[in-house]
Design a binder for this molecule. Structure first.
Ligand code: NAD
Length: 383
Protein backbone atom coordinates (compact mmCIF):
# COMPACT_ATOMS: atom_id res chain seq x y z
CA UNK A 1 0.00 0.00 0.00
CA UNK A 2 1.23 3.49 -0.85
CA UNK A 3 2.70 5.49 2.02
CA UNK A 4 2.40 9.17 2.85
CA UNK A 5 5.53 9.72 4.92
CA UNK A 6 5.47 12.32 7.68
CA UNK A 7 8.80 13.29 9.24
CA UNK A 8 8.49 13.70 13.01
CA UNK A 9 11.09 15.11 15.42
CA UNK A 10 10.63 13.44 18.82
CA UNK A 11 12.25 15.47 21.60
CA UNK A 12 12.48 14.11 25.15
CA UNK A 13 12.36 10.51 24.03
CA UNK A 14 14.59 9.29 26.88
CA UNK A 15 11.95 10.41 29.41
CA UNK A 16 9.13 8.36 30.91
CA UNK A 17 6.37 9.73 28.70
CA UNK A 18 8.44 10.33 25.57
CA UNK A 19 9.73 6.77 25.50
CA UNK A 20 6.94 4.57 26.75
CA UNK A 21 3.72 6.29 25.73
CA UNK A 22 4.74 8.32 22.68
CA UNK A 23 7.53 6.35 21.00
CA UNK A 24 6.71 2.74 21.89
CA UNK A 25 2.96 2.66 22.57
CA UNK A 26 1.99 5.26 19.93
CA UNK A 27 4.34 5.87 17.00
CA UNK A 28 6.05 2.49 16.79
CA UNK A 29 2.67 0.81 17.34
CA UNK A 30 1.27 2.88 14.45
CA UNK A 31 4.12 1.63 12.24
CA UNK A 32 3.51 -1.94 13.37
CA UNK A 33 -0.14 -1.70 12.32
CA UNK A 34 0.94 -0.40 8.90
CA UNK A 35 0.34 3.34 9.43
CA UNK A 36 -2.86 5.40 9.63
CA UNK A 37 -5.37 5.45 6.74
CA UNK A 38 -5.31 8.76 4.85
CA UNK A 39 -8.19 10.14 2.80
CA UNK A 40 -6.48 9.42 -0.54
CA UNK A 41 -6.26 5.71 0.27
CA UNK A 42 -2.58 5.79 1.24
CA UNK A 43 -1.26 5.09 4.75
CA UNK A 44 0.22 7.90 6.85
CA UNK A 45 3.66 6.66 7.87
CA UNK A 46 5.62 8.31 10.72
CA UNK A 47 9.35 8.70 9.93
CA UNK A 48 11.02 9.28 13.28
CA UNK A 49 14.04 11.36 14.28
CA UNK A 50 14.93 11.09 17.97
CA UNK A 51 16.28 14.24 19.64
CA UNK A 52 17.80 14.54 23.10
CA UNK A 53 20.83 15.62 25.10
CA UNK A 54 22.67 12.31 25.40
CA UNK A 55 23.83 10.78 22.13
CA UNK A 56 24.61 7.38 23.67
CA UNK A 57 21.15 7.01 25.13
CA UNK A 58 19.56 8.05 21.83
CA UNK A 59 21.72 5.55 19.93
CA UNK A 60 20.73 2.83 22.38
CA UNK A 61 16.99 3.54 22.01
CA UNK A 62 17.25 3.85 18.22
CA UNK A 63 19.16 0.55 18.04
CA UNK A 64 16.66 -1.22 20.28
CA UNK A 65 13.80 -0.30 17.92
CA UNK A 66 15.50 -0.50 14.52
CA UNK A 67 15.57 3.27 13.99
CA UNK A 68 18.52 5.07 12.41
CA UNK A 69 17.84 8.81 12.76
CA UNK A 70 18.83 10.56 16.00
CA UNK A 71 20.63 13.75 16.92
CA UNK A 72 21.49 16.05 19.83
CA UNK A 73 21.22 19.06 17.50
CA UNK A 74 17.61 20.27 17.63
CA UNK A 75 18.32 23.32 15.43
CA UNK A 76 19.67 21.12 12.65
CA UNK A 77 16.63 18.83 12.90
CA UNK A 78 14.32 21.84 12.72
CA UNK A 79 16.19 23.19 9.69
CA UNK A 80 15.63 19.93 7.79
CA UNK A 81 12.65 20.07 5.39
CA UNK A 82 12.17 16.32 5.72
CA UNK A 83 10.54 16.98 9.10
CA UNK A 84 6.98 18.30 9.17
CA UNK A 85 6.12 17.77 12.85
CA UNK A 86 7.93 18.71 16.06
CA UNK A 87 6.86 16.77 19.17
CA UNK A 88 7.91 17.76 22.70
CA UNK A 89 7.96 15.48 25.78
CA UNK A 90 10.84 17.24 27.52
CA UNK A 91 10.66 18.49 31.08
CA UNK A 92 8.16 21.34 31.18
CA UNK A 93 10.75 24.14 31.70
CA UNK A 94 12.45 23.36 28.35
CA UNK A 95 9.26 23.29 26.29
CA UNK A 96 8.43 26.90 25.47
CA UNK A 97 11.83 27.71 23.96
CA UNK A 98 11.84 24.58 21.79
CA UNK A 99 8.26 25.09 20.58
CA UNK A 100 8.97 28.71 19.66
CA UNK A 101 11.92 27.54 17.54
CA UNK A 102 9.78 24.82 15.93
CA UNK A 103 7.02 27.29 15.00
CA UNK A 104 9.61 29.70 13.66
CA UNK A 105 10.94 26.84 11.48
CA UNK A 106 7.40 26.29 10.15
CA UNK A 107 6.85 22.88 11.76
CA UNK A 108 3.48 21.61 12.91
CA UNK A 109 3.75 21.12 16.67
CA UNK A 110 2.32 18.49 19.00
CA UNK A 111 3.30 18.53 22.66
CA UNK A 112 2.87 17.04 26.09
CA UNK A 113 1.02 19.15 28.65
CA UNK A 114 1.37 21.64 30.20
CA UNK A 115 1.89 23.70 27.04
CA UNK A 116 4.14 26.12 28.97
CA UNK A 117 4.80 27.03 32.59
CA UNK A 118 2.62 30.14 32.47
CA UNK A 119 -0.71 31.15 30.96
CA UNK A 120 0.60 34.18 29.07
CA UNK A 121 3.44 32.15 27.56
CA UNK A 122 0.91 29.48 26.51
CA UNK A 123 -1.34 32.07 24.88
CA UNK A 124 1.67 33.53 23.08
CA UNK A 125 2.54 30.09 21.67
CA UNK A 126 -1.07 29.73 20.46
CA UNK A 127 -0.85 33.16 18.83
CA UNK A 128 2.52 32.43 17.17
CA UNK A 129 1.29 29.07 15.82
CA UNK A 130 -1.84 30.70 14.39
CA UNK A 131 0.17 33.54 12.82
CA UNK A 132 2.57 31.07 11.21
CA UNK A 133 -0.31 28.85 10.07
CA UNK A 134 1.12 25.66 11.60
CA UNK A 135 -1.14 22.93 12.97
CA UNK A 136 -0.83 22.48 16.71
CA UNK A 137 -2.01 20.18 19.46
CA UNK A 138 -1.57 19.32 23.12
CA UNK A 139 -1.80 15.84 24.66
CA UNK A 140 -5.17 15.33 26.39
CA UNK A 141 -4.85 11.59 26.85
CA UNK A 142 -7.39 11.13 29.65
CA UNK A 143 -10.20 11.88 27.17
CA UNK A 144 -9.30 8.73 25.25
CA UNK A 145 -9.19 6.38 28.23
CA UNK A 146 -11.85 3.65 28.19
CA UNK A 147 -13.36 4.66 31.57
CA UNK A 148 -13.75 8.30 30.61
CA UNK A 149 -15.02 7.49 27.11
CA UNK A 150 -17.76 5.42 28.71
CA UNK A 151 -18.51 8.34 31.04
CA UNK A 152 -18.78 10.67 28.03
CA UNK A 153 -21.09 8.19 26.33
CA UNK A 154 -23.36 8.27 29.41
CA UNK A 155 -23.42 12.08 29.34
CA UNK A 156 -24.15 12.15 25.60
CA UNK A 157 -26.94 9.59 26.06
CA UNK A 158 -28.66 11.69 28.74
CA UNK A 159 -28.15 9.06 31.47
CA UNK A 160 -27.66 11.57 34.31
CA UNK A 161 -30.65 13.85 33.84
CA UNK A 162 -29.37 17.12 35.31
CA UNK A 163 -25.76 16.76 36.44
CA UNK A 164 -25.29 18.08 39.97
CA UNK A 165 -21.73 17.36 41.04
CA UNK A 166 -18.44 15.61 40.35
CA UNK A 167 -16.07 14.10 42.90
CA UNK A 168 -12.60 13.31 41.60
CA UNK A 169 -9.96 11.46 43.56
CA UNK A 170 -6.49 11.17 42.04
CA UNK A 171 -3.25 10.06 43.56
CA UNK A 172 -0.99 7.50 45.09
CA UNK A 173 1.99 7.37 47.41
CA UNK A 174 5.20 8.56 45.74
CA UNK A 175 8.10 7.29 47.82
CA UNK A 176 10.38 9.87 49.36
CA UNK A 177 13.45 8.22 47.86
CA UNK A 178 15.26 7.39 51.11
CA UNK A 179 14.43 3.78 51.87
CA UNK A 180 12.72 3.05 48.53
CA UNK A 181 13.43 4.85 45.24
CA UNK A 182 10.85 7.47 44.22
CA UNK A 183 8.76 6.35 41.25
CA UNK A 184 8.53 9.86 39.74
CA UNK A 185 11.42 12.12 38.58
CA UNK A 186 12.64 14.54 41.27
CA UNK A 187 11.98 17.68 39.17
CA UNK A 188 8.27 17.11 39.89
CA UNK A 189 8.90 18.22 43.50
CA UNK A 190 10.90 21.40 42.74
CA UNK A 191 8.95 24.50 41.70
CA UNK A 192 12.06 26.03 40.12
CA UNK A 193 12.26 23.02 37.75
CA UNK A 194 8.64 23.18 36.61
CA UNK A 195 7.31 20.76 39.25
CA UNK A 196 4.15 20.79 41.35
CA UNK A 197 0.99 18.71 41.22
CA UNK A 198 -1.25 21.71 40.43
CA UNK A 199 0.66 22.55 37.24
CA UNK A 200 0.84 18.84 36.44
CA UNK A 201 -2.77 17.80 37.05
CA UNK A 202 -5.07 20.85 36.73
CA UNK A 203 -4.52 20.96 32.94
CA UNK A 204 -5.86 17.39 32.86
CA UNK A 205 -8.84 18.20 35.09
CA UNK A 206 -9.56 21.22 32.91
CA UNK A 207 -10.11 19.29 29.70
CA UNK A 208 -11.83 16.36 31.43
CA UNK A 209 -14.36 18.70 33.06
CA UNK A 210 -14.76 21.04 30.08
CA UNK A 211 -15.17 18.34 27.46
CA UNK A 212 -17.12 15.72 29.37
CA UNK A 213 -19.15 17.71 31.91
CA UNK A 214 -19.15 21.53 31.45
CA UNK A 215 -16.70 24.49 31.20
CA UNK A 216 -14.98 25.63 34.41
CA UNK A 217 -15.99 29.11 35.54
CA UNK A 218 -14.18 29.45 38.92
CA UNK A 219 -11.73 27.64 41.16
CA UNK A 220 -10.98 27.56 44.87
CA UNK A 221 -7.92 25.55 45.82
CA UNK A 222 -5.76 24.66 48.77
CA UNK A 223 -2.31 23.30 47.99
CA UNK A 224 0.21 21.65 50.28
CA UNK A 225 3.74 20.35 50.33
CA UNK A 226 3.10 17.45 52.65
CA UNK A 227 6.57 15.91 52.25
CA UNK A 228 9.06 18.79 52.60
CA UNK A 229 12.23 16.81 51.93
CA UNK A 230 12.95 14.05 49.42
CA UNK A 231 15.92 12.15 47.99
CA UNK A 232 16.72 12.47 44.27
CA UNK A 233 17.95 10.05 41.59
CA UNK A 234 21.57 10.41 42.76
CA UNK A 235 20.72 9.74 46.41
CA UNK A 236 21.03 13.41 47.39
CA UNK A 237 18.60 14.97 49.83
CA UNK A 238 16.72 18.04 48.49
CA UNK A 239 14.04 20.42 49.67
CA UNK A 240 10.65 19.93 48.00
CA UNK A 241 9.69 23.44 46.89
CA UNK A 242 6.60 22.46 44.89
CA UNK A 243 3.12 21.40 45.98
CA UNK A 244 2.58 17.64 46.22
CA UNK A 245 -1.18 17.88 46.88
CA UNK A 246 -3.92 20.15 45.55
CA UNK A 247 -7.48 20.15 46.88
CA UNK A 248 -9.67 21.94 44.33
CA UNK A 249 -13.28 23.01 44.07
CA UNK A 250 -14.23 23.84 40.50
CA UNK A 251 -17.46 25.65 39.67
CA UNK A 252 -18.78 24.63 36.27
CA UNK A 253 -21.30 26.21 33.93
CA UNK A 254 -24.87 25.28 34.82
CA UNK A 255 -24.27 25.34 38.57
CA UNK A 256 -22.38 22.02 38.65
CA UNK A 257 -19.79 21.68 41.43
CA UNK A 258 -16.69 19.54 40.92
CA UNK A 259 -14.29 18.71 43.74
CA UNK A 260 -11.04 17.07 42.74
CA UNK A 261 -8.30 15.97 45.15
CA UNK A 262 -4.87 15.42 43.61
CA UNK A 263 -2.10 14.02 45.77
CA UNK A 264 1.24 12.24 45.64
CA UNK A 265 0.98 11.73 49.40
CA UNK A 266 -2.07 9.51 49.64
CA UNK A 267 -2.42 5.73 49.85
CA UNK A 268 -4.85 4.12 47.43
CA UNK A 269 -8.13 2.76 48.81
CA UNK A 270 -9.90 2.88 45.46
CA UNK A 271 -10.25 0.60 42.47
CA UNK A 272 -8.15 2.84 40.19
CA UNK A 273 -5.54 5.62 40.53
CA UNK A 274 -8.09 8.18 39.42
CA UNK A 275 -11.85 7.99 39.85
CA UNK A 276 -14.62 10.47 39.13
CA UNK A 277 -18.06 10.11 40.65
CA UNK A 278 -20.73 12.03 38.78
CA UNK A 279 -24.14 12.46 40.42
CA UNK A 280 -27.20 13.49 38.44
CA UNK A 281 -30.92 13.63 39.11
CA UNK A 282 -31.52 10.42 37.12
CA UNK A 283 -28.41 8.45 37.92
CA UNK A 284 -24.81 8.37 39.07
CA UNK A 285 -21.59 6.94 37.66
CA UNK A 286 -18.09 6.23 38.91
CA UNK A 287 -15.50 6.27 36.12
CA UNK A 288 -11.85 5.31 36.40
CA UNK A 289 -9.13 4.86 33.79
CA UNK A 290 -10.66 1.66 32.44
CA UNK A 291 -13.94 0.91 34.16
CA UNK A 292 -17.18 2.75 34.63
CA UNK A 293 -20.05 1.75 36.91
CA UNK A 294 -23.53 3.20 37.17
CA UNK A 295 -26.48 3.36 39.51
CA UNK A 296 -29.68 4.60 37.84
CA UNK A 297 -32.43 6.40 39.73
CA UNK A 298 -34.66 3.31 39.74
CA UNK A 299 -31.98 1.17 41.40
CA UNK A 300 -31.00 3.67 44.08
CA UNK A 301 -31.25 2.25 47.62
CA UNK A 302 -32.72 4.18 50.53
CA UNK A 303 -30.06 4.24 53.25
CA UNK A 304 -31.20 5.46 56.65
CA UNK A 305 -28.64 7.10 58.92
CA UNK A 306 -28.37 5.04 62.08
CA UNK A 307 -24.92 4.70 63.64
CA UNK A 308 -26.28 2.21 66.16
CA UNK A 309 -26.70 -0.49 63.49
CA UNK A 310 -24.03 -2.22 61.41
CA UNK A 311 -24.05 -1.48 57.66
CA UNK A 312 -27.03 -3.29 56.22
CA UNK A 313 -26.29 -3.03 52.51
CA UNK A 314 -23.34 -3.83 50.25
CA UNK A 315 -23.34 -0.40 48.61
CA UNK A 316 -20.51 -1.11 46.14
CA UNK A 317 -22.19 -4.31 44.95
CA UNK A 318 -25.30 -2.37 43.91
CA UNK A 319 -23.55 -0.73 40.96
CA UNK A 320 -23.65 -2.03 37.41
CA UNK A 321 -20.69 -2.21 35.00
CA UNK A 322 -20.91 -0.21 31.77
CA UNK A 323 -19.89 -2.46 28.85
CA UNK A 324 -17.02 -1.48 26.53
CA UNK A 325 -19.13 -1.87 23.37
CA UNK A 326 -16.02 -1.66 21.19
CA UNK A 327 -12.25 -1.69 21.20
CA UNK A 328 -10.33 0.85 23.27
CA UNK A 329 -6.80 1.38 21.94
CA UNK A 330 -3.98 3.14 23.87
CA UNK A 331 -5.16 6.68 24.67
CA UNK A 332 -1.95 8.40 23.53
CA UNK A 333 -1.96 6.45 20.25
CA UNK A 334 -5.58 7.36 19.49
CA UNK A 335 -4.76 11.05 19.87
CA UNK A 336 -1.57 10.70 17.78
CA UNK A 337 -3.60 9.14 14.97
CA UNK A 338 -6.00 12.08 15.12
CA UNK A 339 -3.12 14.57 15.00
CA UNK A 340 -1.55 12.82 12.00
CA UNK A 341 -4.89 12.94 10.16
CA UNK A 342 -5.16 16.62 11.15
CA UNK A 343 -1.76 17.35 9.59
CA UNK A 344 -2.19 15.25 6.45
CA UNK A 345 -5.91 15.61 5.72
CA UNK A 346 -6.95 18.66 7.72
CA UNK A 347 -9.30 16.56 9.87
CA UNK A 348 -10.63 18.51 12.89
CA UNK A 349 -8.41 18.49 15.99
CA UNK A 350 -10.02 20.49 18.82
CA UNK A 351 -7.20 19.78 21.32
CA UNK A 352 -5.08 22.66 20.07
CA UNK A 353 -2.73 25.18 21.75
CA UNK A 354 -5.65 27.37 22.76
CA UNK A 355 -7.24 24.41 24.55
CA UNK A 356 -3.86 23.70 26.17
CA UNK A 357 -3.57 27.34 27.23
CA UNK A 358 -6.94 27.11 29.00
CA UNK A 359 -5.54 24.19 31.01
CA UNK A 360 -2.53 26.24 32.10
CA UNK A 361 -4.87 29.14 32.89
CA UNK A 362 -6.74 26.89 35.34
CA UNK A 363 -3.49 25.69 36.95
CA UNK A 364 -2.35 29.27 37.40
CA UNK A 365 -5.74 30.29 38.80
CA UNK A 366 -5.62 27.33 41.23
CA UNK A 367 -2.17 28.35 42.46
CA UNK A 368 -3.32 31.96 42.86
CA UNK A 369 -6.42 30.85 44.76
CA UNK A 370 -4.25 28.85 47.16
CA UNK A 371 -1.69 31.64 47.57
CA UNK A 372 -4.25 34.38 48.19
CA UNK A 373 -6.79 32.25 50.04
CA UNK A 374 -9.69 33.18 47.77
CA UNK A 375 -11.95 32.03 44.93
CA UNK A 376 -10.65 32.91 41.44
CA UNK A 377 -12.95 33.26 38.44
CA UNK A 378 -11.79 32.00 35.05
CA UNK A 379 -11.84 34.65 32.33
CA UNK A 380 -13.00 33.50 28.92
CA UNK A 381 -10.21 33.66 26.32
CA UNK A 382 -11.33 35.48 23.19
CA UNK A 383 -10.58 33.37 20.06
N1 NAD B 1 0.03 13.19 29.69
C1 NAD B 1 0.38 12.67 30.84
O1 NAD B 1 -0.35 11.91 31.46
C2 NAD B 1 1.73 13.00 31.44
C3 NAD B 1 2.23 12.21 32.48
C4 NAD B 1 3.48 12.52 33.00
C5 NAD B 1 4.21 13.58 32.49
N2 NAD B 1 3.68 14.34 31.50
C6 NAD B 1 4.44 15.50 30.95
O2 NAD B 1 5.49 15.00 30.14
C7 NAD B 1 6.66 15.79 30.30
C8 NAD B 1 7.84 14.87 30.66
O3 NAD B 1 7.56 14.22 31.89
P1 NAD B 1 8.27 12.84 32.27
O4 NAD B 1 7.55 12.35 33.46
O5 NAD B 1 8.39 11.98 31.06
O6 NAD B 1 9.70 13.38 32.72
P2 NAD B 1 11.14 12.68 32.61
O7 NAD B 1 12.00 13.38 33.59
O8 NAD B 1 11.04 11.19 32.66
O9 NAD B 1 11.63 13.04 31.12
C9 NAD B 1 12.05 14.33 30.79
C10 NAD B 1 12.71 14.37 29.44
O10 NAD B 1 13.16 15.71 29.20
C11 NAD B 1 14.55 15.69 28.87
N3 NAD B 1 15.18 16.96 29.24
C12 NAD B 1 15.48 17.94 28.38
N4 NAD B 1 16.04 18.97 29.00
C13 NAD B 1 16.13 18.66 30.29
C14 NAD B 1 16.64 19.34 31.44
N5 NAD B 1 17.19 20.54 31.35
N6 NAD B 1 16.53 18.70 32.62
C15 NAD B 1 15.98 17.47 32.72
N7 NAD B 1 15.48 16.79 31.66
C16 NAD B 1 15.57 17.37 30.45
C17 NAD B 1 15.08 14.45 29.57
O11 NAD B 1 16.30 14.05 28.99
C18 NAD B 1 13.95 13.47 29.35
O12 NAD B 1 14.03 12.94 28.03
C19 NAD B 1 6.34 16.84 31.35
O13 NAD B 1 6.06 18.07 30.73
C20 NAD B 1 5.10 16.31 32.05
O14 NAD B 1 4.24 17.35 32.48
C21 NAD B 1 2.48 14.06 30.97
Amino acid sequence: MERTSVGIILNGVTGRMGYRQHLVRSLLAIREQGGVPARDGSRIWPELTLVGRDENRLAEIAGRHGLSAYTTDLDAALADDAHQIYFDAQVTTQREKAIRAAIEAGKHVYTEKPLAEGFLASLELARLAAAKGVRNGVVQDKLFLPGLRKLKRLVDGGFFGRILSVRGEFGYWVFEGDWQAAQRPSWNYRAEDGGGITLDMFPHWHYVLEQIIAPVTAVTAVTATHIPERVDETGTRYRATADDAAYGIFELAGGIVAQVNSSWAVRVHRDELVEFQVDGTHGSAVAGLRDCRIQPRGATPMPVWNPDLPVTEAFRAQWQTVPDNGEHDNAFKVQWEAFLRHVVDGEPFPWDFLAGARGVQLAEAGLRSAREGRRVTIEEIPR
